[in-house]
Design a protein around this ligand. Structure first.
Ligand code: SAM
Length: 140
């Protein structure tokens, strides 16, 4: 079970999107690809897991919902989302912590993508606790 200590630990980077939150968003965007998931957490029929390595796959032609691992690799996912979104018929929506002081935020997101800052804090996975950070949606 996820407790606050685990949530604050850098080892636990799999912040599963709350299903209701995803469902509302899906009504608007109609997602066709979850590029970083497990079989259990995938939000779309079509998904990539660690073994597939979503960072090395093409997302072209999809509307992707990307809630990536929140460790240091997050910058690679932000770049990938930005790059993929430039391909024809491809749209990407990211759910990430609202860390507006990061290099990747300024390089790939700020003034380049549409932003929605989430009011309040999300409860990820089955956690009863709210996340210790604010979240944002980045629409590439
Ligand atoms: C924050 S969780 C999100 C899970 C799910 N997509 C969701 O929205 O609830 C990030 C997921 O990315 C997966 N992951 C980590 N590295 C990956 C990679 N290189 N390619 C694909 N998936 C990866 C992890 O196993 C984890 O399930």
């Amino acid at each position: 079970m996820t407790n606050l200590k685990t949530m604050l630990s850098s080892k636990d980077m799999d912040w599963e999107t709350p299903q209701e939150f995803f469902d509302e968003l899906d009504k608007e965007f109609h997602f066709t690809l979850d590029p970083c998931a497990t079989k259990e957490t995938a939000k779309c029929k079509k998904y990539y897991n660690k073994k597939d390595n979503g960072l090395e796959q093409t997302w072209q032609g999809h509307t992707a919902f990307c809630n990536p691992p929140y460790g240091t690799e997050i910058k690679h996912w932000v770049k990938k989302c930005s790059d993929e979104s430039k391909k024809p018929n491809t749209k990407v929506v990211m759910l990430i912590p609202a860390r507006t002081d990061t290099i990747y935020f300024h390089e790939y997101i700020y003034h380049k993508a549409k932003l929605r800052f989430i009011k309040g804090r999300l409860k990820f996975g089955n956690s009863k606790n709210s996340a210790p950070f604010p979240s944002m949606l980045v629409i590439f």
